[in-house]
Design a protein. Structure first.
Length: 136
């Protein structure tokens, strides 16, 4: 699977391409509401994890690789992001989101195939962010 670009993320990407926006400081976070990301989503569509020990993980430009060709036409894949929890607080993880620390906007998100219940004693979870770049 791969993430869905949100309209607010597409606007930011357009601004970067046309030199009307700064290169974002990206991070990846986890959401805990059972939600399928959609083009029309905004930050309010996602409830960020609050489990003890959780924190967004940096996702700088250097962490991403874009492979062109094939189906889809291009895929952007980032290095794995490791999240560690010291307590679960009864939360389940439903997906990840790509966050711009500079603007405070969620740019893209993906729902996991299955929810992951954080163990009450803590644990860890690895996410490999991937975005398909499709023609219009």
């Amino acid at each position: 699977m791969s993430g869905t670009l949100l309209s607010q993320g597409a606007i930011e990407v357009g601004n970067i391409i046309t030199n009307n926006g700064a290169i974002p400081t990206l991070s990846i976070g986890l959401f805990v509401n059972n939600h399928t990301p959609a083009w029309t989503d905004s930050n309010g569509s996602f409830t960020e994890c609050t489990a003890t020990g959780y924190g967004r993980q940096p996702m700088p430009n250097a962490y991403w690789t874009i492979v062109a060709g094939g189906t889809p036409p291009a895929t952007a894949t980032a290095v794995p992001a490791l999240f560690t929890f010291t307590a679960g607080l009864g939360q389940s993880l439903y997906g990840w989101f790509l966050y711009d620390e500079s603007t405070g906007l969620i740019l893209a998100a993906e729902q996991f195939t299955a929810a992951y219940a954080i163990p009450s004693g803590g644990g860890s979870y690895v996410v490999v962010p991937q975005l398909n770049i499709l023609p219009s």
